[in-house]
Ligand binder design. Structure first.
Ligand code: ATP
Ligand code: MG
Length: 220
């Protein structure tokens, strides 16, 4: 399988896989197993030289950087948290769109706190993005690293604010939080390792073009 003619695409289950399938379909490619019912982590496709591996969303860049996958699809949030050494990001697929935001308790006066120069406690899984954001604003923060359910932190007094991804804002409202600042818009990107592109250009280039064409047709 790992000869120079076979190509591995790393994806995460859930919204990224769901929103990637139409791209593959648009290129005439289908999976040979149903990822929802199968427990397989390696899934073949109707394009014999292409296989899919299913990994944790935040592990996608690692697989691609280390050459275990040739291509991957990862959210910008995941990419900015890692150093993207040796990775190309040739196509913004425009899928899994949301915003990375600062949110605070409804009763927390965020603007007053930062105007006063208070040190605020911020819980997040996006420590690097948060540090850069607050550093640029000159806001003093204690960053508290969490791995999920960030919305809980302000409720139980672990933090004054959180940095998290927001789409509809429903989860924030349900937990009495309000968005206070946008850090960056997020969407998923096709990523490729520089070495795979060099070694397998003939197989990979048409896939990049396929993803790009489909994403352009989708928005226009
Ligand atoms: P895990 O659930 O395994 O800890 P995860 O939460 O990062 O990982 P997903 O929830 O599948 O995995 O999210 C995958 C990607 O989808 C994220 O990296 C982000 O780019 C995007 N995403 C996350 N939340 C949303 C959202 N509410 N709306 C739109 N896109 C989102
Ligand atoms: Mg999740």
């Amino acid at each position: 399988m790992d000869d120079n003619f076979s190509v591995t695409l790393a994806l995460s289950k859930g919204r990224i896989l769901d929103e990637t399938l139409p791209f593959l379909k648009g290129m005439g490619i289908q999976l040979t197993d149903n990822p929802d019912s199968s427990r397989k982590l390696v899934i073949g496709t109707t394009k014999p030289e292409l296989r899919i591996v299913l990994v944790r969303a935040s592990d996608v860049p690692t697989y691609v950087q280390r050459g275990a996958a040739d291509l991957g699809i990862a959210g910008k949030d995941v990419l900015v948290e890692q150093d993207g050494d040796g990775l190309f990001e040739p196509v913004d697929l425009g899928i899994a769109r949301c915003k990375m935001m600062v949110a605070a308790r409804e009763d927390f006066d965020y603007d007053a706190a930062i105007k006063k120069g208070s040190r605020i406690r911020v819980a997040t899984k996006y420590v690097r993005s948060a540090r850069t954001h607050f550093g640029q604003k000159g806001v003093y923060v204690d960053l508290i690293k969490l791995y999920g359910s960030m919305e809980l932190a302000p409720i139980v007094g672990l933090a004054d604010a959180i940095v998290d991804l927001v789409s509809s804002g429903e989860t924030l409202r349900a937990n009495k939080l309000k968005p206070v600042e946008e850090i960056m818009p997020i969407s998923s990107r096709l990523i490729i390792s520089a070495s795979s592109l060099k070694l397998k250009r003939d197989t990979i280039k048409p896939l990049i073009d396929g993803f790009r064409d489909f994403s352009l047709n989708k928005v226009s």
